[in-house]
Each structure stands twice: as C-alpha cells, then as structure tokens.
Design a protein around this ligand. Structure first.
Ligand SMILES: [Zn+2]
Length: 245
C-alpha cells in the first residue's frame, strides 16, 4: 500500500478565503500522522469523519497557524466525541511540554494537553517512530523562533515537509532524495523580509533552489497567500487535495 498525503489546510499565517491553516495528514498501512494542526484543520477533518482518527500529531513550531486547533481538540477529548477514542500521540519541539504547561495555566485548565494527548518532545535531527512511520525533525530557519521541518519515511517512501523556513541548508538535508518535498513558498520574491534580520519564509524560486540541491523527485509548494498568485512551472497544493507520496 502506498503512502497517502491529504492536504487538510495549506493557508499561510493569515487564512486564504475559505481555507484552513497548516495541516497535512499522512497515511500508511491504515496508520495516520497529522503534521501540524492549525486553525480550521479540525473542522475540515470533521467534514470527513465524526472525529478525526489519528495516531499522532506532530508540530513543527509554535506559531499559531501550525498548532492552534490543538486547543479545541482538547475540548473534544474532554467533553466531545473524542472521549470515546484512543488518545493520540502529540510530538512537540524541544521544551514544548513547558510551553504547553504555561498555556494550560493561562487557560485555567492544568494538564489539559496531557489528558487529551500522549505528549512527547522530539530531539533535533533524531528519528522517532510514530504510527509505524520514521520521522526526523530537521532544524530550519524561521526568524528568531526554533522551528523544524519533518522528514517522514514510511513503506519505502519519503515525504519531506518544510514547516515554515527561510533559505537554510537544513531544507536540502530535510528533503535529500525524498519522493515528495512539500515546501512553503509564502513570499513573492524574498525582498519582503527585513534586511539584517533572520529570514522566515521562502519565495517560489528559493523553494525551488532548495529542492534542486536536495535531489528530491517532486516539489509541491504550500503556505502561499492566494493574493500572491504563482506563475507557471510550479505545482501548488490546495485544501482537500489527496496525493500519493
Ligand atoms: Zn506558518
């Protein structure tokens, strides 16, 4: 059986019209891992089944468009349909448990994430196994924030997902010889970002440069505002799309 990728949502930091923010569902041998869980992702998943059956969720970084729907997911686990389901793993960046506990105390509900998920922190560059998939978190460049991309190996196929990143050597390492490189391309040409500060995003041309260095087989662009358009020669994902990796 192949590895399937469903684009749940592919909006950038502000949503595209009618769109969900970052959420990418990977399925292999009936096991499912959701890469990122931004606002709109849970509602979209619930259009397909009463409550999403996922074995694990993995978060690339703590900008809200990549994890915001974990909070309504918790309420569904405590008071809604997810009460009846197995508890998914939740893989977060290093020191993520501490961050979650600070959010819990602000929300007045200590341990809410630990009740809804089996929370674990991944280590930079170290492969962990989840739902039968081998996942490696590779450090990328996202302003001053600690951020990762995921390399997911399953059933002989490799998917690389950039998360959010500016130009960085980690991207080519992440996508080395991958079957599919799902790479962000938020910017028009890169000149939008402030000079003298760390970069945070890529233009299509920069994404394509990382892809060519990596030797990956196919490039798909994501996390792109609709108003920026995209000229010919690039493939861009859309919400709801299903692909073979
Ligand atoms: Zn983002």
């Amino acid at each position: 059986m192949e590895v399937k990728l469903r684009i749940v949502g592919c909006s950038p930091a502000w949503p595209n019209p009618g769109g969900a923010q970052s959420g990418y569902l990977v399925e292999s041998h009936g096991a499912r891992v959701l890469l990122d869980c931004g606002p709109g992702v849970l509602a979209r998943l619930r259009e397909w089944e009463d409550w999403p059956r996922v074995d694990a969720i993995a978060i690339t970084h703590w900008h809200l468009d990549h994890w915001g729907d974990l909070i309504p997911w918790v309420w569904g686990a405590m008071f809604g349909p997810a009460r009846e389901l197995d508890t998914p793993e939740l893989w977060v960046p290093p020191a993520g448990r501490q961050l979650l506990s600070e959010i819990e105390s602000r929300l007045g509900r200590p341990k809410m994430f630990e009740e809804a998920f089996r929370v674990a922190e991944y280590e930079p560059g170290e492969t962990f196994t989840s739902a039968g998939m081998e996942i490696t978190a590779v450090r990328v460049l996202h302003y001053e924030l600690e951020a990762y991309g995921f390399r997911v190996a399953a059933n002989g196929s490799v998917l690389a997902y950039s998360g959010d990143s500016g130009p960085h050597e980690g991207l080519a390492e992440l996508a080395r010889d991958a079957d599919l490189f799902l790479c962000e391309a938020t910017l028009a040409d890169g000149t939008e970002e402030r000079e003298g500060s760390p970069r945070g995003h890529l233009s299509p041309r920069e994404a394509s440069g990382a892809f060519e260095t990596s030797g990956a087989k196919r490039l798909l662009l994501t996390h792109r505002p609709t108003e920026r358009g995209l000229d010919g020669g690039y493939e861009q994902v859309r919400d709801g799309q299903e692909l073979d990796v």
